[in-house]
Design a protein around this ligand. Sequence first.
Ligand code: CA
Length: 228
Amino acid sequence: MSGRHILVVEDEAAIRQMIAFNLSRAGFEVSEAGDCATARNMIASAQPDLVLIDWMLPDMSGLELTRALRREDPNRDLPVIMLTARAEERDKVTGLDSGADDYLTKPFSPRELVARINAVLRRLSQDDEEPIVAGDLQLDPVSHRVTVGDREIALGPTEYRLLKFLMANPERVYSRGQLLDFVWGQNVYVEERTVDVHIRRLRKALEGFAVNQYVQTVRGAGYRFSTR
Ligand code: CA
């Protein structure tokens, strides 16, 4: 989840900077706003992936800001974590149903903050995952089902991940080394010919369907997913 953009809305500079410092260190891209007006301008110009909003702010409460965002179409689903100073505030905020995705009571550890942000981002990105479609071929990331027309294709877990990666990145050639990094992960040691084995299995599973042509070998370069 690192690399995601988090906006921190908190008027107390010392706390805001401490949060920003810890989030940058965890690999997030961070912006800071000291009040709601600034935050709204920043969200309008570049929508972050998640907003951390303190309850007590000078121009508007964090609660009002969250509700205002929920009424605006582009920000309706913007993930929000609300920060509260005390447990009683937290209970109040929860009871008021502000529309925040999670709540965190100060003081919290950087580790807890990062864990909560990742949990919210993970939860929402899973709900959001739309099926990937290419011609008759459809891959549904929620159910993990791959279908061609109304026929379901049985794939092993590696073939599934490989197909998902290729379908999500069509019309690009990936070398075996790149596919190993993206699909198997950078810290896994696997020989490059493993990629060929799984491409072969994937093609075998798609055998007899026209969509089999989509998984293409590019000689001397690697593999490409293309409907052309
Ligand atoms: Ca505050």
